[in-house]
Design a protein around this ligand. Structure first.
Ligand code: AMP
Ligand code: AMP
Length: 340
């Protein structure tokens, strides 16, 4: 039987690297963490990396890629890959790469992402192409607005123009006007294996965003008087357990997204992914984003989530589930099935 000792698991030291590397070690792999030289401390302290390769900046990833190739390393992509290397450049990765690279382009472009979700039959917030048609609360998202800093809400065309003119959007002020869904944010974590052909629901989270998640601590009058503007800078994640009767719908949504991804890229979407949206009081789940790779919302579950505990009688993080998929693939001589 082919042996996993001929391979290593590697990733960039940020985002979900701790659980990816810990999960890989739990499955018996040797691990490599590529760190920015001033940020290696956690990866040393938690002992998840057998080897640390230091670089000045993640942007310089390609300078050390040959070292990974020489060691037969399999790269696990996460949020920092697209954020620092870029979806287009990710396509140039020559080292073995877990998951379909092409799908990362679909998730990182708002128009392509929406087309995918709509084609899959997923309920998405309405988009207003013309501000004059605004007839309900909307969220205006400027492209490239990191951490949702430039977003604003409006309720009518007049309010839109007033806020738009006040706002220095930069980047040519290109934006999208999305229906604002009043409800609770729910981020659903999935795993789809091409080896077992099965979709698993791994868990749920909501984000902990600054300052959106603390504005409720200030009286509405003070918010207006002091001129507080809402921002959505991600700082952490909060675990969630979903009302059980919503689960059948969650499975169904994930299956539709996987199925329709097969029309987008060769091999389609597989491995971990996440649907990000809001559930309204009528229990409609509006999805406004998909992440086609591991999300940081799985980080609270390094020891497994309530859902993975039901299925696996051992701690099963999403990071470990990835390593198990790779291990199965190697042992069954089907590695090419999980690389892309
Ligand atoms: P970082 O390496 O922390 O700069 O993160 C890379 C990308 O992943 C950024 O675009 C972040 O917005 C996103 N990200 C990082 N951490 C989290 C988190 N805990 N939850 C959701 N998104 C995150
Ligand atoms: P995003 O940059 O798209 O991840 O959104 C930043 C924040 O705005 C997240 O906390 C979302 O929950 C919230 N958000 C984004 N789009 C909508 C929407 N259409 N309705 C309600 N909340 C939204």
């Amino acid at each position: 039987m082919p042996d996993i000792r001929g391979y290593k698991i590697a990733t960039l030291g940020s985002h979900t690297a701790l659980q990816i590397l810990k999960g890989a070690k739990d499955e018996g792999f040797s691990t490599i963490c590529v760190c920015e030289k001033n940020n290696s401390r956690p990866y040393e302290s938690y002992g998840v990396a057998d080897q640390i390769i230091k670089i000045d900046s993640f942007k310089n990833y390609f300078d050390i890629e040959q070292e990974l190739i020489d060691q037969n390393a399999i790269i696990i992509p996460h949020g920092s890959f697209v954020a620092y290397i870029g979806a287009k450049k990710v396509m140039d990765i020559k080292a073995m790469h877990y998951g379909t690279k092409g799908i990362l382009e679909w998730e990182s472009d708002r128009k392509m992402e929406r087309k995918w979700l709509i084609d899959a039959g997923v309920r998405c917030p309405k988009i207003f192409n013309n501000p004059d048609e605004i007839d309900r609360p909307v969220i205006v998202k400027f492209h490239g607005a990191r951490g949702g800093k430039g977003y604003f809400l409006a309720n009518s065309p007049q309010e839109f123009y007033q806020r738009y003119n006040e706002y220095d959007g930069g980047e040519g002020k290109s934006f999208v006007i999305q229906e604002y869904i009043v409800g609770v944010p729910i981020y659903s974590h999935y795993f789809y294996s091409r080896l077992t052909g099965e979709l698993e629901v791994m868990g749920f989270d909501k984000r902990y965003e600054s300052n959106a998640d603390s504005i409720g601590r200030v009286a509405a009058k003070d918010q207006v008087d002091v001129g507080i503007r809402t921002t959505y800078t991600i700082t952490g994640n909060v675990p969630i357990v979903l009302r059980e009767s919503l689960l059948p719908g969650i499975f169904n949504l994930g299956e539709k997204v996987v199925e329709s991804s097969k029309n987008l890229v060769d091999k389609g979407l597989f491995g971990p992914f996440c649907l990000e949206g809001v559930i309204d009081p009528d229990l409609h789940y509006y999805v406004f984003e998909i992440s086609a790779r591991i999300v940081a919302g799985t980080n609270p579950y390094i020891h497994g989530s309530p859902y993975t505990w039901l299925r696996y009688d051992e701690p099963m993080s999403t990071g470990r589930r990835i390593a198990r998929d790779i291990k199965m693939a190697i042992e069954q001589n089907k590695l090419e099935k999980v690389l892309g």
